[in-house]
Design a protein around this ligand. Structure first.
Ligand code: 5AD
Ligand code: SF4
Length: 463
């Protein structure tokens, strides 16, 4: 099939979604599409959507309004909504005037076909999973597996980096979370396929691979009378020549495999000393209502263990403020946990009720938005002071950085000559590093001496 059409992909949401967008674009390029940077001259526009908070969905709806306007002068333009929102809303989304195709996360292998049909038959196309919680084997698992292993997921914007999904879906049913309802049951991918994919990426020059999963540390695959864990995968992947850095996100606070994963991290310089492990709250009452299977003290104990096994580990967390019935006291327990956890970084979100989740069905959204906002800002403030102190400890250090390319934001140490523009890169512990150097360093490792810091960014000079 050669469609020779111009394709524009807009992606919202997490790294899982970015990976899906990369797979889709790679598959559609092979089918003859050409990527374009501008919506205006696109023949096909795909929006890869996220349903985790209402705000993300509102942004998509407003984009669709904009596309509806463009379609007035370009009626042949095909608009496809893919991803979590497509799965969540299905035919309701298809009713939108601007939308031609609605395609769920499990149906992305059918996209080329859906686009061809929408063009030729001039009718709307819907492809979503009917019963999302049915076992994955009964759903489109096989087609997804073939699709995923056939197409490259090399990051086109950041050279030398790639994402590899090691599992799909989630079985945890945290009461606020939409993920189990849009991504289906948890399935771990076979280790052979994952390792083969990493080998291919390494052969094409990839140096850093990030393993992805909603609860990546619960990866489990039974094969040849043994169970593969994330620790086993990391160790096997670290032996692939060419791979220099391995990262993994996101971890669930659980005892299972925890020490094994930490020991793997401590023993291999290729496994980056970075752990992203959301706590969500510091109040045991709220954690219970969220159906998180731990208490604040169990969580902090895991952090202690991580730090005692892996010297220099950087830890990041996520929090939700304003969960139903979160009192000032509950919030203070979260502040207390953040103070004790000493995160390198924390991502803080205001609770957003998601239709169909247990929390949405069981409780009213009792915390008013201004209180959520206040708690969000207060928690950020606490974390910023911690981040600032931690990053200041880097001053004078020489850090190994994987260079991404030109820095987009003009930071304080701006370009000092055309041959020495401002670059941006990342450390193994996920700090952004800004420094001046030749653009040819993009995709390479560099050593940077840190001279100045802000809470989340290190600034320095190329050594
Ligand atoms: N409201 C607010 N934040 C949420 N998250 C997940 N669901 C919700 C929700 N309904 C946050 C969690 C998770 C991150 C990806 O998004 O903190 O770790
Ligand atoms: Fe959602 Fe909880 Fe699964 Fe994370 S672990 S994806 S928060 S249900």
């Amino acid at each position: 099939m050669n469609l020779s059409k111009k394709l524009y992909i807009l992606s919202f949401g997490c790294q899982m979604n970015k990976l899906d967008s990369a797979l889709v674009s790679s598959a559609l390029i092979q089918a003859g599409f050409i990527l374009t940077e501008s919506v205006k001259d696109a023949d096909v526009v795909l929006i890869n959507t996220c349903s985790v908070r209402e705000h993300a969905e509102q942004r998509v709806i407003s984009h669709l309004g904009h596309l509806k306007h463009i379609k007035k002068s370009r009626p042949d333009m095909i608009v496809g909504v893919i991803g979590c929102m497509a799965q969540r809303l299905g035919d309701k989304l298809l009713e939108h005037e601007a939308v031609n195709i609605v395609c769920g996360p499990a149906q992305i292998p059918q996209l080329a076909e859906l686009i061809t049909k929408a063009v030729n038959e001039k009718k709307k196309e819907l492809a979503v999973t009917e019963n999302i919680r049915r076992s994955a084997k009964e759903n489109e698992h096989g087609a997804l597996e073939d699709f995923e292993s056939a197409y490259s997921s090399e990051d086109e914007i950041i050279p030398s980096q790639a994402y590899v999904r090691i599992m799909r879906g989630c079985n945890n049913f945290c009461t606020y979370c939409i993920v189990p309802y849009v991504r289906g049951p948890e399935v771990s991918r076979p280790p052979d396929t994952i390792l083969e994919q990493i080998r291919k990426l390494a052969d094409s020059g990839v140096k850093q691979v990030t393993l992805l999963g909603q609860t990546v540390n619960s990866y489990k695959y039974y094969k040849d009378e043994r169970t593969w864990s994330l620790a086993d995968l990391l160790i096997a992947a670290s032996q692939i020549s060419g791979i220099e850095w391995l990262k993994f996100v996101t971890s669930y606070p659980s005892e299972e495999f925890f020490d094994d994963i930490m020991h793997a991290m401590a023993s291999s310089p290729k496994i980056c000393k970075y752990l992203h492990m959301p706590a969500q709250s510091g109040s045991d009452k709220i954690l219970k209502a969220m159906n998180r299977n731990y208490t604040a003290s169990m969580y902090l104990e895991l952090l202690d263990r991580a730090r005692s096994i892996v010297t220099g580990i950087a830890i990041a967390g996520d929090f939700i403020v304003g969960f139903p019935d979160e009192t000032e006291e509950d919030f203070q327990a979260t502040v207390d946990l953040v103070q004790k956890a000493k995160y390198r970084n924390a991502f803080i979100f205001k609770y957003s009720p998601r239709p169909g989740t247990t929390a949405e069905k069981r409780w009213l959204d009792t915390v008013p938005d201004d209180i959520k906002q206040k708690r969000n800002a207060a928690l950020l403030d606490v974390q910023e002071k911690i981040s600032d102190k931690l990053s200041m400890e880097f001053i004078g250090n020489v850090e190994k950085v994987l260079v991404e390319g030109l820095s987009k934001k003009p930071h304080l140490n701006s370009k000092d000559s055309d041959n020495n523009p401002q670059l941006v890169g990342c450390t193994g512990t996920d700090y952004i590093v800004v420094f001046n150097g030749p653009v040819s360093l993009a995709g390479q490792f560099a050593n940077v001496k840190i001279t100045r810091t802000s809470p989340l960014t290190l600034f320095g000079e190329l050594v």
